[in-house]
Write a protein that binds this ligand. Structure first.
Ligand SMILES: [Zn+2]
Length: 243
């Protein structure tokens, strides 16, 4: 067995005076915990490779039958410089990492995170990939809003609003002002599209109008209500988007 591990750092937790505990998302292996000793010292050689959302190759003694490995050295495979230079992209990447770390999926989600970061790095419209990521997270958590008609009466026409409580679209006749969120036709269309989309449909989504913060909020509202996970980074993300 090689003493080498490749993955994306999805959590960086300061530990003791100079150390940090890293959560490294690996292909097939899932999340591996690594103790990076001395990483917070000014002279640490490994520090640049151990930042959040870095794709990294690590040397560490993997044979140890431990739940946490001790890092020997780390080198950057992809540092995602363009994400770090942009506050919005950076806050989306931090949100993606926290969401994946907290979700503890049994499925291999390395590809999902890598693809999101690759797109985020290149795109001029980061909200689009954020929306697609949220739609995928909702689906993986089993939270799929009903978007093929009105969730109360089945009517496929005159769709008018979204109900978080009832879990999907609401038509004009069933609309209740106090509990349903009225949306424009365009927002409802985009919401439906996102609820159906998978990662491979990203290029198709590119041909649609600009995705908005509202589209993300609508998807996140379901996650907030039903996923049972509280994410700190979403607050910062919302502040940045609102700026
Ligand atoms: Zn209805």
């Amino acid at each position: 067995m090689k003493d080498e591990l490749e993955g994306i750092i999805i959590r960086y937790q300061e530990y003791r005076e100079h150390d940090a505990i890293l959560h490294v998302l690996c292909r097939k292996r899932g999340i591996v915990h690594v103790n990076a000793r001395g990483i917070q010292k000014v002279k640490s050689k490994n520090a640049p490779a151990c930042q959040l959302f870095t794709h990294v190759r690590m040397q560490l003694p993997l044979q140890e039958t431990r739940s946490i490995y001790t890092l020997r050295s780390a080198e950057i495979i992809e540092g995602y410089r363009h994400i770090r230079e942009d506050l919005l992209k950076q806050s989306i990447a931090a949100y993606v990492c926290e969401c994946i770390d907290a979700s503890k999926f049994e499925e291999d989600v390395f590809e999902v995170v890598q693809t999101v970061l690759d797109i985020l790095q290149e795109t001029t419209h980061p909200i689009r990939i954020l929306c697609l990521f949220q739609a995928i997270m909702n689906r993986m958590h089993g939270i799929e809003p009903y978007v093929d008609g009105c969730v109360r009466c089945g009517n496929q026409k005159a769709i008018y609003a979204i109900s978080i409580r009832d879990g999907g679209f609401i038509c004009h006749s069933c609309y209740r002002m106090e509990q349903d969120a009225m949306r424009s036709k365009e927002d409802l269309k985009v919401f439906r599209l996102l609820c159906k989309a998978h990662m491979e449909h990203y290029d198709i989504l590119k041909s649609y109008q600009a995705f908005t913060y509202q589209n993300f909020e609508d998807l996140y509202a379901f996650f907030y209500e039903y996923a049972g996970i509280s994410l700190k980074s979403v607050k910062f993300l919302k502040t940045i988007i609102a700026m």
